[in-house]
Design a binder for this molecule. Structure first.
Ligand SMILES: NC(=O)c1ccc[n+]([C@@H]2O[C@H](COP(=O)([O-])OP(=O)(O)OC[C@H]3O[C@@H](n4cnc5c(N)ncnc54)[C@H](O)[C@@H]3O)[C@@H](O)[C@H]2O)c1
Length: 247
């Protein structure tokens, strides 16, 4: 029997990048998937790839920073699949700028999507998980939330906040058999990092003991572990997936 057979996973920001790799990995191990993204076309394309694996999928457009979108997303997911066993809070954005030049809008948008979005999704999903007395919540943090990064005060604050949120939720929900963990990727090759200048990328690469950037598959493998019964006694943890960048 497949590792995740009979399970349903909701992945936010699942249309591309790390989220898409997570969707395909969880589906490949037997889970049915709700692919949610603010980009509806990307969500639909990823959801159609899931159907190719023989699993069921639902594509839903939702902006995780809007409560009404998240409410509708979770209701539609429950209606389609009856339950949500795994929530991956993956949707995230960057709006980089030096602190002195950072606008209020750049600060607010990053905090709204990366931190408030995870709170809203968790709040809507957790009620069902509590009734089921089981669940897995995985939050996509970043090593930047632990080490900080010049030009990313908003992003680092959002990811550090997500780590605090993860640990608090883990403590609240552990007795209900719901595990809440965070994954902290280092430098992973996606559209998000693709826009950085080559010189900046080279600087990052020299600081990585593994000598290479990570792939979306490197992150998806850890999310698979945290979604599976193999991690039933793991909660409140932050697992770095960074080739040794931060240790
Ligand atoms: N790429 C990296 O090196 C790296 C490193 C550490 C952490 N992360 C984190 O991993 C996650 C995925 O990053 P990625 O590199 O795949 O980025 P990406 O930009 O390639 O993909 C992000 C996805 O989230 C969606 N999204 C954006 N805003 C949204 C919103 N308001 N509501 C719903 N969906 C929304 C986008 O449409 C996109 O499909 C993010 O949380 C990011 O902060 C990435």
């Amino acid at each position: 029997m497949a590792l995740l057979s009979g399970k349903t996973a909701l992945v936010t920001g699942g249309g591309r990048g790390i989220g898409k790799a997570i969707v395909l990995d969880l589906a490949g191990h037997g889970a049915d998937i709700i692919v949610s993204d603010i980009d509806e076309t990307a969500a639909q394309e990823t959801a159609s790839l899931v159907q190719g694996t023989g699993r069921r999928s639902l594509a839903m457009k939702a902006d995780v920073s809007r409560d009404q979108d998240v409410d509708a997303l979770v209701k539609a997911s429950i209606e389609a699949f009856g339950r949500i066993d795994i929530l991956v809070n993956n949707a995230g954005i960057t709006r980089d700028n030096l602190l002195m030049r950072m606008s209020e809008q750049e600060w607010d948008s990053v905090l709204s999507v990366n931190l408030k979005g995870a709170f809203l999704c968790t709040r809507h999903v957790v009620r069902g998980m509590m009734k089921q007395r089981s669940g897995k919540i995985i939050n996509m943090a970043s090593v930047v939330g632990v080490m900080g990064n010049a030009g990313q005060a908003n992003y680092a604050a959002s990811k550090a906040g997500l780590i605090g949120f993860t640990k608090s939720a883990a403590r609240e929900l552990a007795s209900r058999n719901i595990q809440v963990n965070a994954v902290a990727p280092g430098f992973i090759e996606t559209d998000m990092t693709g826009k950085l200048p080559e010189e900046v990328k080279q600087n990052y690469r020299t600081g990585i003991p593994a000598g290479r950037f990570g792939t979306t598959q490197d992150v998806a493998g850890v999310v698979l572990f945290l979604s599976s019964p193999a991690s039933d006694y793991v909660t409140g943890q932050v697992i770095h997936v960074d080739g040794g960048l931060l240790m």
